[in-house]
Write a protein that binds this ligand. Sequence first.
Ligand code: TTP
Ligand code: MG
Length: 587
Amino acid sequence: MVKDSHPLTRLFSQLRDHRVTIILASFCSVMNKFWDLAPPVLIGIAVDVVALREESFLGDMGWSDPRDQFLILVALTVVIWVLESLFEYFYAVLWRNLAQTAQHELRMSAYKHIQDLEMRWFSEQTTGGLMAIMNDDVNQLERFLDQGATDLLQVATTVIVVGGIMFYIAPEVAILAIIPVPIIVIGSFMFQRRIGERYTRVREEVADLNSLLNNNLSGITTIKSFTAEEREIERVRAASETYRKANQSAIRLSASFVPLIRMAILFAFTANMLVGGWMALDGRLSIGAYSVIVFITQRLLWPLTRLGQTFDLYQRAMASTARVLDLLDTDIGIVEGDVSIERVSGDIEFLDLGFSYQGREPVYKGLSLKINSGETLGIVGSTGAGKTTLMSLLMRLHDPQSGSVKLDGIDVRDLTLECLRGSIALVSQNTTLFPGSVRDNILYGKPNATEEEVLNSANIAEAMEFIRTLPDGWETEVGEDGHRLSGGQRQRLAIARAVLKDAPILVLDEATSNVDNETEAALQRSIEKLSKNRTTIIIAHRLSTVRNADRIAVLDSGGITEMGSHDELIQLSGLYSRLWAVQTGVA
Ligand code: TTP
Ligand code: MG
């Protein structure tokens, strides 16, 4: 799909599976309007019958008795009203269902696509912005399909049918009635442009207001602890006020639209009344035809007053469609390979790595590190040294700019993501728990695990005891991101989840930083057992956490500066031994 083709074209191609529905729905909208325009003609015929009796239009068709003519008229009216209602029902059902389906499909493809995008892309987005695309923009499209598409079709039908009837009856009068139409359409469009700018501002202001509210609600603890309530009220007040002002300026303009259109229609209406009336007096226009003209001009009014709104709906929908489809067109930066290793043994090698986050100083300058299968490796280094990033490169959350990462001798870029990420159990520094029960959160590591496996992993993670004391035990809801648990409890659930995954490689990134020393010691013993038959990488600031590792790597100034067992590193009298001295209080 070409990015710069018109959003409507792109939308149609997105909805191509629903072509038949769109055509049927459009047909029903047009037919509904068509029959909706019939009553003025019926009134004209009725007047014609009363005025001309046997000589009337219906009389000419062969029904000479005026009483019969009225019976026929009634029958016609019933048929027309039934048809109009039927088509109304069908277009409403078809468009609305299409709108819901399109909304659902678009949201799902957007979500699926977003999930596959690389971390680098995410770091350039705001959650608020992405939410806006998946909610507001997708909804906007629904609103357009629900109402706007029918409106546009029906305005067009009205203008064509009313124009056609008038031209048939009295071409001179028809021209007078049609003259304002293009002016109104162009006027609406220009008006829409101007109000569009104001609506854009409203949209921006509401986005700002929302992200402020969002941030404040999730940061309520910080606000309270700094007793910043007054300041925050002031900030919210200012943002809400700006939003109100933006809306008011849009309202001022939009409220003037319908009255203006009404004035334009007034011209057509009075001109018809006058010119048509004179023609009727002169006998050049039958009384029935005159009635049709007067009544049907009225019918132009209502759809045209809605035109501004409809254009508005249309433009918003197109802008939203463009945003959603642009998102769908975003390239997935991380392209997976197709090699899948039968049994990963857990040999990891970082070779001459060069990597920097966008617009930042390089994190590594040719870092090389080999981790043997089954080994337990500790990684230490100051804050921001690049420990977490190294694990991100291993899992291909990012790709390095130079050098390579290998798993069992195979470049990770050649592996399927399923194979690569499936063979690594990660307890990350910022664990995310999902709303749900304690059990659900542990099961996240292996949804089809048995009860025994779940209990076993909770045991290893030293989580059994506190789970038992929770009000609902295993079924206790942990809340959004586990906020109803303590930091250490969250960490232990995260460990249990990773243990349950039972992968050949286990990565613990500051996984025990929030638990007390006693619990950590217990955890270390179980992790040691666990690490017997798998490659284990332990990242920690607390050196006692990595002390028992087979080897410890010190990450500093973009490379591995020291490497060896705890004792060897102490002997070396480098950074590690200095840190050890500080932490144990011997310095
Ligand atoms: P990390 O790899 O996150 O550093 P770390 O894990 O060693 O630090 P800590 O002990 O505090 O957990 O980050 C390495 C550098 O990369 C750091 O300077 C911050 C920078 N960085 C970015 O520029 N963008 C990012 O998205 C991330 C995650 C880090
Ligand atoms: Mg880190």
